[in-house]
Design a protein around this ligand. Structure first.
Ligand code: HMN
Length: 297
């Protein structure tokens, strides 16, 4: 399980200028993050715009990432999809590609009972030999993982971790307490990386890591070495940057993609209904990029 402990960026959807999933750009972003020294990649989650991609596009992304950095980074395939059928197909495909673990949100749209959520996750787990990481993100799915369902899920030894994106850091502490020493809790909210690690998260997966991996790697180093004043200070810098990224028109991911362009990695823009950054706000992107550089220095 050590291979999953560290900074794991949530991977972005990489498109060409026509908005088609791009092999070249997907591989370029994978290699860029490998070079930065991250531990792994979380592929096809919210940050991968999974909800706006069809099965073939999601498979293509999984394949391009595996081809470029498989064996070098811990690769987690997010296979949550509207139906169990699609999720199982993605899970089998990720296993064929040599992914290191699977992960999924609970079912979306209909408010299903916990028995259905349990069945959904278990069907995915049974589709391959891969370990499974539960994904709890109530802000987007509308379902907040209960300790009851959590306890039932971890009876299955293939469930090795939970990526917790709910905002109370208490949830991280509770999942860690119930999961035990070897169970991996991943911090979800990037704004609380340091707090999440201190209260019990073993690792982190986040949607803004790839925009500024250097800063999260530093934060992790400060936490790991017990340098808490510096950890808190870099978290403050990170939060100022996240708030700036979220303040532009468009959407956080379109702002991040503009920043990445300025950092030398072009992964295109976002897919509608996500909106691109436009007009005067585009000029603000350069200032955010400069602020990232200044914080790294
Ligand atoms: C993913 O699923 O791709 C991301 O890891 C999602 C991640 O947990 C993000 N949460 C949401 O988007 C609700 C955070 O990293 C988030 O982007 C960050 O904390 C900034 O608010």
């Amino acid at each position: 399980n050590e291979k999953f402990k560290g900074i794991i960026p949530a991977f972005y959807a990489c498109y060409d200028e026509a908005g088609v999933v791009s092999e070249e750009r997907t591989k370029a972003l994978s290699l860029y993050l490998l070079e930065k020294g991250v531990k792994g990649l979380y592929v096809g989650g919210s940050s991968g715009e999974c909800i706006y991609q069809n099965l073939e596009e999601r498979k293509a992304t999984l394949k391009f990432v595996a081809e470029s950095v498989g064996g070098k980074l811990a690769l987690i395939a997010h296979v949550g999809a509207p139906s169990t059928r699609e999720s199982v197909e993605l899970a089998k495909y990720a296993a064929e590609l040599g992914y290191d673990a699977l992960s999924a949100i609970p079912p979306i749209y209909f408010k299903l009972p916990e028995s259905s959520i349990y069945r959904y996750w278990t069907d995915i787990i049974e589709a391959s030999e891969l370990p499974f990481i539960i994904y709890n993100i109530p802000q987007t799915t509308g379902y907040n993982l209960s300790l009851n369902l959590f306890a039932k899920m971890i009876e299955n030894k293939k469930v090795i971790g939970v990526k917790n994106s709910s905002m109370p850091v208490l949830d991280i502490e509770r999942f860690k307490a119930a999961g035990g020493e070897d169970f991996i809790v991943f911090n979800g909210p990037d704004e609380q990386y340091v707090a999440g690690r201190l209260i019990g998260a073993d690792s982190g997966i986040g949607g803004t890591y790839a925009a500024m991996p250097e800063l999260y790697l530093k934060a992790e180093e400060y936490v790991a070495t017990g340098n808490f004043a510096k950890a808190r200070s870099i978290q403050k810098d990170i939060n100022n940057l996240i708030i700036a990224l979220c303040s532009l028109n468009g959407n956080m991911y379109s702002a991040i993609k503009e920043v990445l362009k300025l950092r030398g990695v072009n992964v295109g823009s976002v897919r509608a209904p996500l909106e691109p950054v436009t007009g005067a706000d585009l000029d603000k992107v350069a200032a955010i990029k400069d602020q990232i550089d200044a914080t790294i220095a």
